[in-house]
Design a binder for this molecule. Structure first.
Ligand code: ATP
Length: 194
C-alpha cells in the first residue's frame, strides 16, 4: 500500500540524543498531522573537524536505540552519503526525488527561526516544503510564524542540551532520565564522552 505520508524531519548532530529531542519528536509525531518523524543525523563536516563529536555511526546507533520502541519515530542516515557540508535544501531535494509519495516538513525550534532567512534557498524550503516550529526559551517573536507554510506547535520547554549531558559524563555526574535508558546504556558500555 502506497499511501501519502507526511514526514517531519528533525535535523541534528544528536551528540547524544536526549529527552529534549525525544519530547519534541514525540509531540510532533503524536499531536500533529505528521505520520512519522525522522531524526536526520548530521555527518561529520570534513572541513570542520570538531573535537568531542562522536562518529556519525555511533550517533546514529544511539538514535536508533532511542527510537526502537516508537513506530512513528525513525532515524535516517541520508546525509552521510550526500555532498558535504550538508545543506537542508539538498537533503530535501534528494528525499523528494527518492520518496515521491511522501511530503517532507522541516521541524525547527523557534530559536532557529530567527536566522532561517540566512539558510541556503530558505524561500524554496518554505514554499515547497514547509516548517513545523516549536517554541523555545529566549526566542524573539519572528514574523515567519505567520507564514501559511509555517505551523506552530505547542511543546514544553526543556532547558537541557547535549553539551550539558557531555559535561555531566566528563564530570562523573549521573545522566539518568536525561537520555533514554538504551542511550545511557550505550554511553556507559562504549565509554563515550569521557
Ligand atoms: P549541543 O549542546 O551539542 O549543541 P543540542 O542539544 O542543541 O546539542 P542538537 O543535536 O544540536 O542538540 O539538536 C538538534 C535540534 O534539536 C536543534 O535544532 C536544536 O535546536 C534542538 N534542540 C536541542 N535541545 C533541545 C531541547 N532541550 N528542546 C528542544 N529542542 C532542542
Amino acid at each position: 500500500m502506497n499511501t501519502h505520508q507526511k514526514i517531519g524531519l528533525f535535523f541534528g548532530s544528536f551528540n547524544p540524543v536526549h529527552i529534549g529531542h525525544m519530547i519534541i519528536a514525540n509531540i510532533m509525531a503524536e499531536n500533529t498531522d505528521l505520520n512519522k518523524v525522522w531524526f536526520v543525523v548530521s555527518p561529520q563536516n570534513p572541513f570542520k573537524l570538531s573535537k568531542g563529536l562522536l562518529h556519525e555511526f555511533d550517533r546514529y546507533d544511539m538514535v536508533k536505540a532511542a527510537t526502537a520502541d516508537h513506530y512513528k519515530l525513525e532515524v535516517s542516515d541520508v546525509e552521510f552519503n550526500l555532498t558535504k557540508p550538508s545543506y537542508t535544501i539538498h537533503t530535501l531535494a534528494y528525499l523528494r526525488e527518492k520518496f515521491p509519495d511522501k511530503e517532507f516538513k522541516v521541524i525547527l525550534g523557534e530559536d532557529n527561526l530567527e536566522n532561517f532567512s540566512k539558510w541556503k534557498n530558505h524561500e524554496e524550503i518554505l514554499e515547497q516544503f514547509g516548517l513545523y516550529v516549536y517554541q523555545r526559551p529566549h526566542a524573539t517573536n519572528s514574523e515567519l510564524k505567520r507564514h501559511p507554510n509555517v505551523k506552530v506547535v505547542d511543546a514544553p520547554l526543556l532547558d537541557i542540551s547535549a553539551t550539558y549531558i557531555r559535561n555531566c559524563i566528563r564530570n562523573n555526574k549521573s545522566i539518568r532520565y536525561l537520555v533514554p535508558e538504551p542511550v545511557e546504556q550505550l554511553i556507559r558500555l562504549k565509554h563515550y564522552y569521557q
